[in-house]
Design a binder for this molecule. Sequence first.
Ligand code: DGL
Length: 277
Amino acid sequence: MQNSPIGLMDSGVGGLTVLKEVQRLLPTEDTVFLGDQARLPYGPRTVAEVTTFTRQIAHFLQREAHIKMLVIACNTATAAALDTMQNELDIPVVGVIAPGARAATQVTRNHRIGVIATTGTIKSDQYRQTILARDNRNTVISLACQDLVTLVEANDLTSEHAQQVVADDLTPLLDQDIDTLIMGCTHFPLLRPLIQQVMGDQVTLVDPGTATANMVTSLLDYWNLANPKVGATARYYTTGDVVNFNKLADHWLDQTPIRAIHLPLSELTTTLEVNNK
Ligand code: DGL
């Protein structure tokens, strides 16, 4: 089991922000990433749909890559399906919301925390509930910013249009006196410079991916699952367009050219049927 890869999943390229941290902290761990771009965005979908998709991906990664741990590198899927997956799978399953919420409570000084995320994550109210459960002195101001996912998937990270969309979407947070803002969608750290520019330097941006990668490190040690070898391999799947995925992944991961494998959706749905038999 120690030699098996860590599996990470997202609706698209956003989960690469978590993967990058995992790869940085764990240079001996093999990774396999799946971006479900054919069914993106997850944000506006129902809990039942997102749970089904997450289950399909988890089963595929177990069957195909024999993953030793699953990181749900997607806030929307974490909100919808973390509990279910932890109950159903026989490997450790990690989500991004609890580590992100914890990190924010440790950073804030005035106890006013903003959360930006997809419509699904905001609707679930999980960030607010988790933050208050950690420290109920906090006030949480939540804002759905689904448009930002579209910008990232279009690789539109710096244009005037992107600046305008980020500025417009974040306007409701500007008079809220928050000192901490959780980027509660794994796509958003790719827009960090624009988000920081709009919010100002006095607001600390929290990337739950960083805290999640730290948690993965501790869990590997706790379960004695760390891979003792030298070096690491990485495999990438997308259900969407490979060229588009590779372009974004190359830009973000800053590695040797990424060559993602295209995964037809039929492979995911078949996996579930096979496993259910
Ligand atoms: N990256 C995802 C998240 O963290 C979801 C984006 C989407 O598909 O709407 O929530």
